[in-house]
Design a protein around this ligand. Structure first.
Ligand code: ADP
Length: 615
């Protein structure tokens, strides 16, 4: 059977209302019946007492004259009271003067009572009253009244109460059924809406509001809750769609990447953030003749040249740890066993939070290029050797030309005509130019060699030496050379002096009409010292600012600015040997500033030293 808790609210409400109404009515009915029986008894007492007084007073004469006839007539009037069973008038001696008995009642008067009293006994109420004349008791009246009226009334009242109860219950049922509907309807509606939402997951459904009471508030809150869920659901769906779209995009990008990687001539790979290689393109597998399973993760190490393995692993691990790009040249063993030089590059791909999501790398076969470089390096070395030997060996004959042309000029001057002297002049000038060129060439070939271990050089001392070697030019041009604080740097003393010498001599040479003003300064820049040599000369057209550092590259061919076009090439060679760089910034007509960097530490220099000694 369904428990009370489980039955519908409407029925619950009807039951509660019916129970309440019926109980109230029942209690009221019982109350009425009980109070009526109590009140009726009191009423009977009063009524009978009054009746006895009237009868007693009316019987005084009959008793005084001992007239049973009149007394009986007086008592006969009591017939009107159907519940009066017996009425007796006693003489003072207790004998009966007159009496009345209801026809159905057993006749007989009870023994006379001496005192006035009103007494309930069994189903009877008996009243005894003295009949008094002039203050003297002349007889007694007794009325015997049955109480059958009380159960009668009770029955009547009970029947009435029952009728009212039934009628009221029916009315209450109808009202409660109607009112219950009014209360239950919003709840049922709310239940329907909730069921519909849970079955369809459609959060746009809204419950209908019927009233402004608590149910109305409940419906409002419920609808607000649905609206909130709907918005959240919408956001969630959008986020989900975005995510799906992003995933699709990522998949497409991934496919595109794979397609691109497979169709490229280079060998492509990808690796996890921890450096395990998780993809090699077809070119890779064809090159090494191994399967992906054999070379995945760190399996690729097996085809790296044994001499390159250690450095390769170190370099790759450093990149994985720091996230810095991986750039490395090493040899890979081809399927036929031949090792070929490759340039490997890998870059870390980062997500929006900046975390490495993967590594993408390429390996380019640079074997031919490497061989050509080697050939070129050898040819360059040979050429340099030749240039060095040639310029070295040419020094002697050129000195001879200078010496002998001087001797001819001194000894045979009087024997030479004007043409002869002029030609001799050409010869001397040519010899001088040749000597300068040879000296510059020698300086250039030497500029690339860093000898032994480099120690710190006091820049101010190097500058001082450079200036003293340029003393004549400075004096002639009346140049002013100033400088700021100069640090100690890791560069060969002679090399730094050579750079200053070339830059300052150029600053003097390429001056304008005004007095040359040259300023040398130095400033720290990361791991380097940045030097600048600033002048107020003719300046350089920016389009030539790279070209002028080439060997024999000159912007001025006229007599006004003599030179061999090697000075800046020497400076570049020196600076680059120490891992630095040199460049110029200038506005034509407003002077030029040459900048060059020199490392503050030895690390860069050592590798340069190794490089140059290897060459
Ligand atoms: P050289 O001075 O012997 O011609 P350099 O290699 O020293 O050769 O210089 C190359 C060219 O750069 C010069 O011919 C000149 O045109 C230009 N140049 C160098 N220094 C300066 C300078 N301070 N001001 C203007 N031009 C300069």
């Amino acid at each position: 059977m369904q428990s009370f808790h489980d039955i519908p609210i409407k029925r619950k409400l009807v039951i509660i209302m019916m129970l309440t109404t019926t109980t109230a009515l029942l209690l009221a009915g019982i109350g009425i019946v009980v109070s009526d029986s109590v009140l009726f008894r009191q009423y009977l007492q009063r009524d009978l007492s009054a009746l006895s007084r009237i009868v007693a007073e009316n019987s005084t004469a009959a008793l005084a004259f001992n007239d049973p006839q009149t007394a009986t007539e007086t008592l006969a009037a009591l017939r009107a009271k159907p519940h009066l069973v017996n009425a007796c008038i006693y003489r003072p001696d207790g004998t009966i003067l007159a009496r009345y008995s209801r026809p159905d009642a057993p006749s007989g008067c009870p023994p006379m009572r001496v005192q006035d009293e009103l007494q309930f006994a069994g189903n009877d109420l008996t009243v005894s009253r003295a009949i008094v004349l002039s203050g003297r008791r002349i007889g007694t009246l007794t009325l015997d009244y049955d109480l059958d009226e009380i159960p009668e009334r009770m029955r009547l009242y009970s029947a009435t109460v029952l009728g009212v109860l039934l009628f009221s219950s029916l009315v209450a049922f109808l009202i409660s059924a109607k009112l219950g509907g009014v209360i239950a309807a919003p709840v049922s509606q709310l239940v329907r809406a909730t069921t519909a939402v849970s079955e369809t997951n459609d959060y746009s459904i809204r419950a209908q509001k019927f009233s402004g009471d608590e149910f109305g508030v409940l419906v409002d809150r419920f609808n607000e809750m649905l609206a909130g869920i709907q918005t959240r659901d919408k956001h969630l769906r959008t986020a989900l769609q975005d995510r799906e779209e992003a995933l699709r995009d990522a998949e497409k990008a991934h496919e595109r990447f794979r397609f691109m990687a497979e169709s490229m001539p280079q060998k492509i790979f990808t690796a996890t953030p921890s450096g395990d290689v998780d993809y090699f393109n077809r070119q890779w597998l064809e090159f090494c003749g191994l399967t992906f399973e054999e070379i995945k993760n760190w399996g690729w190490i097996q085809f790296v040249h044994p001499d390159d393995v250690e450095e390769n692993i170190r370099s790759w691990r450093r990149s994985v740890e720091t996230g810095e790009p991986f750039l490395f040249q090493h040899r890979f063993r081809r399927a036929d066993g031949e090792y070929r030089w490759h340039l490997s590059r890998a870059h870390a791909m980062r997500d929006t939070a900046g975390n490495i999501s993967m590594w993408i790398g390429s390996n380019t076969d640079i074997h031919e290029q490497k061989e050509k470089e080697e050939e070129l390096r050898r040819a360059n070395d040979d050429l340099q050797q030749f240039a060095y030997s040639a310029s070295h060996d040419l020094q002697e004959p050129i000195r001879d030309v200078a010496v002998y042309s001087e001797i001819i000029a001194k000894r045979y001057d009087d024997r030479l005509d004007a043409d002869g002297r002029q030609f001799l002049g050409f010869l001397k000038e040519g010899g001088r130019l040749l000597a300068t060129l040879i000296n510059d060439l020698l300086a250039y070939t030497r500029a690339g060699v860093v000898e032994g271990t480099v120690s710190t050089t006091d820049t101010s001392v190097a500058l001082e030496h450079a200036l003293s070697s340029l003393a004549e030019a400075i004096r002639e041009s009346d140049a002013v050379v100033t400088h700021g604080p100069l640090p100690h740097v890791y560069i060969g003393d002679a090399h730094l002096q050579l750079v200053f010498q070339n830059l300052i001599s150029n600053a003097i040479k390429y001056r304008k009409e005004e007095r040359p003003q040259i300023h040398v300064s130095a400033a720290a820049q990361g791991a380097d010292i940045l030097f600048s040599v600033q002048d107020n000369g003719i300046g350089i057209d920016p389009q030539y600012k790279e070209k002028i550092f080439g060997v024999f590259k000159r912007l001025h061919r006229d007599q006004k600015y003599s030179g061999t076009g090697i000075g800046l090439a020497i400076c570049q060679r020196v600076v680059e040997r120490y891992g630095g760089r040199i460049w110029v910034e200038s506005t034509p007509g407003k002077g030029a500033t040459f900048f060059f960097t020199v490392p503050r530490h030895t690390t860069k220099i050592r590798s340069a030293t190794v490089e140059s000694s290897a060459s």
